[in-house]
Design a protein around this ligand. Sequence first.
Ligand SMILES: *Cc1c(COP(=O)(O)O)cnc(C)c1O
Length: 372
Amino acid sequence: MTQPSCHVHINWDNFRHNISLLMQKGHTLMPVIKADAYGHGVLKAAAELEKAGIRWAAAGTLEEAAAVRDTGFSGHIVSLLSPVPDRSDVALALQKRLVPLIHNREGLRAVKAAVDKLCPARPLDIAVKVDTGMARLGFPLEDMEEVAAFLAASPALNPLVQVSHFSVADEPEEDDYTVRQRDIFSRAAAIMHRRFPAMRCSLGNTAGLAGKHSDPDDICRPGLALYGYNPLYGTSKEKECAGLLPVMDVSAPLVSVHPLHAGESLGYGRTYAADSERLVGWVAIGYADGYRRNPSPGTCMCVNGVRVPVIGRVAMQMTCVDLTDLPVPPVPGDTVYVMGGPGDAVSAQDLAAWWGTIPYEVTCLLGRNRLD
Ligand SMILES: *Cc1c(COP(=O)(O)O)cnc(C)c1O
């Protein structure tokens, strides 16, 4: 693979700041570092969690969970993305002390068959997922008696934690639905606790934690907030998640700077035409680097802390900005911040608004350019 010409910088000081802010909310935390820590790098993120004394982590695939273990993270590692596990998956989970998420009958049967064959010295910890209203993964409430009975008859399996996920905790006007999800979750937990009193519960994501939808003993699973963004941004509960610092910066060099005279056009489709004398610059990032091709008007980048508008059509590896209004005209080789950096920085939230998406997708896309 060729190297991208843009540069992704991860500010781990800010990550640590965000973790300590979340720890102050008083819940046990299971930080979510799936999908390569939302593009920030799962291995370094895991090492930071260990240093912060965090005892739970949620990875995506079982392979990602194993990679987290290999960093030396010593707590429980739940893998949130579990297809039906086969025997080698279960062997890996046993060997690395991983906690697969079991969310359907097929998974439950497969994991039991595998542990029965492997005869582990200690039971395999599993996370049991309950569907409380996302209708994605999980056992429905009405199956929980059967699940609990099945597990009670399977001593090689230990339900370590019951998990579910909120669908609209980031929309305070939908709180009725969130309350209903909490209710289903606690009824499922009551069924499980009759046979497994030590089982822990984990329901709240960032929005659930910040929006105070979590019981005091809930193990909360913040994701987005770790990376500095507030899922309650723009809502009536925005302040509950204030003080976070963004962790990812993305910059790229200017490759060409030149005047564009009145009447001249630029780029594919000639979508921009100068109506007065302009100074324009091409930045070495494009849609091949995850910088989306169809931003809304008003999209900016940042040069020396000052925002400059993106003009013309985003190309595969280059994007044009209008540099005319800068106090000091930049030259080729100067750095342009696509996201983050000093001054009036562009946030993942800004890019999300310009791209018609959410900050989660922005950091996942741009984070793929990381080289570490
Ligand atoms: C991604 C994810 C989270 C984290 O959600 P945020 O909104 O980023 O806090 C928590 N739980 C599950 C199951 C997830 O998939």
